[in-house]
Write a protein that binds this ligand. Structure first.
Ligand SMILES: Nc1ncnc2c1ncn2[C@@H]1O[C@H](COP(=O)(O)OP(=O)(O)O)[C@@H](O)[C@H]1O
Ligand SMILES: N[C@@H](CCOP(=O)(O)O)C(=O)O
Length: 326
């Protein structure tokens, strides 16, 4: 479970008393998640999520927390960090950096259909536009330099066939990132981990409405196309086979484009970026599996899923409707 750092009721009560959210009435550790310690917090004024950051530092965190605040203040449904009397949104609890955000209503949609994909696509585009004037900058800390650093670390755990695939793909992505086409891709703050378990929906089955995006702690400045590719590799994929579901991808991209049309370079580089999205999570899952922080507490995600996705994305490139490789 994802409670790495225990917080007692008394500690949490003292903490929330500084954030003008009423008095603590209940505190419950959250089992899901793999990065941070999370608690659901009930107070006399509502429901909140308390996060103690286990890996991110005081230097890195302002980017994420201020991005969430920036987006929330522009009408994007994301959790907004609570500030104290000094307008600080990054706090400290039990020796760890900490934040308290509002709890989004609803639940995850783990078996998405077209109308879920359309809503995520549309909101992703709205989020990209709303984040364009965000003044802070921080790279995607799980971008190419991290893959280059981490692939050699996980290589000893792989078969020869896997080693060849991961090494060749890293070379391909390194070349892509150095290209003029890549340099011309529109970029800005991106979520970079907008999987099914980081989006909330509520409503009657078949008529659910998106209520928000959360877990911005892999966000960073990167290409919008990378964010789209990460989404397509989760929302528009058959998890059993690892293969893309074209119908869902078409619906997702069409909804995105109703808000922010893709450039011709974004269309052309979509297949390469879908490969980048698959590589990114194959590498991080291998790293989490083979070099865990505390193996007894975590159930790592299956890396072979993204190996399969990468192989499928290489074998069957997917382009937005009507487009072909130039
Ligand atoms: N703002 C929020 N609103 C509602 N639920 C949340 C919120 N933040 C986290 N959660 C819940 O906590 C779980 C774990 O959070 P997550 O951010 O995925 O953890 P981690 O950062 O460790 O990966 C989520 O699956 C979700 O159920
Ligand atoms: N989405 C990533 C893992 C990140 O975990 P999260 O719980 O913070 O979303 C994956 O599936 O590998």
């Amino acid at each position: 479970m994802a409670v790495f750092t225990e917080v007692s009721f008394e500690e949490a009560a003292a903490f929330v008393s500084t954030l003008d959210v009423g008095q603590l009435t209940a505190l419950r550790g959250i089992g899901a998640g793999i990065e941070n310690t999370n608690y659901f917090v009930s107070t006399t004024q509502g429901e909140w999520v308390l996060t103690l950051f286990e890996r991110l530092t005081y230097e890195q965190l302002p980017f994420y927390l201020h991005l969430m605040r920036h987006l929330a203040q522009r009408g994007i449904p994301v959790p907004e960090p609570r500030s104290d009397d000094n307008d600080q949104i990054l706090h400290q609890l039990n020796g760890k950096p900490a934040a308290l955000v509002n709890k989004l209503p609803g639940g995850h949609q783990l078996a998405p259909d077209l109308h879920h994909c359309e809503q995520v696509g549309e909101m992703l585009a709205r989020m990209h536009l709303a984040g364009a004037d965000f003044p802070l900058a921080q790279p995607n800390l799980r971008g190419l330099p991290w893959w280059q650093e981490t692939v050699p670390v996980v290589l000893p755990f792989l078969t020869d066939d896997q080693k060849a695939l991961i090494t060749e793909e890293l070379a391909f992505q390194t070349e892509l990132a150095a290209s003029a086409a890549h340099a011309g891709l529109p970029r800005g703050p991106v979520h970079a981990d907008l999987f099914r378990d980081n989006v909330m929906f509520e409503g009657l089955p078949g008529r659910e409405r998106l209520t928000g995006f959360f877990d911005f702690y892999f966000a960073g400045v990167d290409t919008y196309l990378f964010d789209i590719a990460v989404c397509l590799n989760d929302w528009c994929l058959d998890l059993d086979s690892g293969r893309g579901v074209d119908e869902r991808a078409v619906a997702f991209v069409a909804a995105y484009e109703r808000v922010r049309p893709l450039s011709s370079t974004e269309r052309r580089l979509m297949p390469a970026m879908l490969r980048a999205g698959a590589l990114r999570f194959w590498v991080s899952r291998l790293w989490d599996l083979h070099l865990p922080r505390d193996a007894s507490m975590l159930k790592p995600h299956d890396p072979t899923h993204f190996e399969r996705v990468l192989r499928a994305r290489i074998a069957t490139p997917w382009h937005p409707q009507g487009q072909r490789d130039e």
